[in-house]
Design a protein around this ligand. Structure first.
Ligand code: ZN
Ligand code: FE
Length: 256
């Protein structure tokens, strides 16, 4: 099995577009469709034809290009069963635990309610690649629009058990502001401090911070670290539940 080719580009304001191309079958999936023109431009630059769209959730900045891409490529649109009515052009629905083949690559679907009620992530198992969209960001997590903090915490735990070396592609370049916030929650974390300095430098040079790895997020992302003793001490929440600590961190980020 040959490895997948990925093309990552920024579009709209801070959305990441990602094309996933299987060189053996020539299949190409667009992870979400934030902007049809940007997706088409990226595909044409590579000489790829879009055959699929893998939708993560119903927000406009993830589905706005669906119909225009379908019109141009007649591609198949796959998306979350719990948001099916809100996703333009949807052909096939996926629920938690479903899996399907993309060429010879197995894709597992992981439902991660929190940011929206039906958000799904796509895990390319053998490739060790996760498309987490607006559930898990580098040093951050999605805002809670449709589900509770406890729901989001449990969703994040489903991602946290994947292999440490998993490469994580996320939906937005929010990493610099996430890093500055993370330092307020976990100021003594040496790995976080050095990562935050790297991110400041990368963004100053206009570089993207995508992808990250699960190992890196587990060590530095406060939203995965509600159980960490020094974070709990900092927040004066040593006797509270992980869900409560996570909810407090999320609330502080909303007001940051
Ligand atoms: Zn969203
Ligand atoms: Fe988004």
């Amino acid at each position: 099995m040959k490895s997948l080719d990925l093309d990552v580009f920024l579009c709209r304001t801070d959305n990441f577009g990602v094309l996933v191309h299987d060189p053996e079958t020539n299949l190409t999936a667009s992870i979400d469709a934030p902007d049809a023109d940007a997706v088409i431009k990226a595909a044409e630059r590579r000489g790829w034809t879009i055959t699929h769209i893998f939708t993560t959730h119903h927000h406009t900045d993830h589905v706005e290009g669906n119909l225009a891409l379908k019109e141009k490529y007649d591609c198949e649109i796959i998306g979350p069963i719990n948001e099916a009515v809100a996703i333009p052009g949807l052909d096939k629905t996926m629920a938690d635990g479903d899996s399907f083949e993309f060429g010879e690559h197995t894709v597992n679907v992981i439902e991660t309610p929190g940011h929206t009620a039906g958000h799904i992530c796509y895990h390319f198992v053998d490739d060790k690649v996760l498309f987490a969209a607006d559930t898990l960001f580098a040093l951050g997590c999605g805002r809670l629009f449709e589900r509770s903090a406890a729901d989001m915490w449990h969703s994040l735990q489903k991602l946290a058990v994947l292999p440490d070396e998993t490469a994580i592609y996320f939906g937005h370049e929010y990493t610099l502001s996430n890093a500055r916030f993370a330092l307020t929650i976990d100021p003594d974390n040496e790995r976080l401090k050095s990562r935050a300095a790297d991110i400041e430098a990368m963004r100053a040079e206009g570089k993207f911070t995508i992808p990250t790895t699960l190992a890196m997020e587990k060590e530095t992302n406060p939203f995965l670290r509600a159980a960490d003793p020094s974070i709990r001490r900092n927040l004066l929440m040593e006797s509270r539940t992980n869900e409560e600590v996570f909810a407090e961190i999320r609330k502080r980020k909303d007001n940051f």
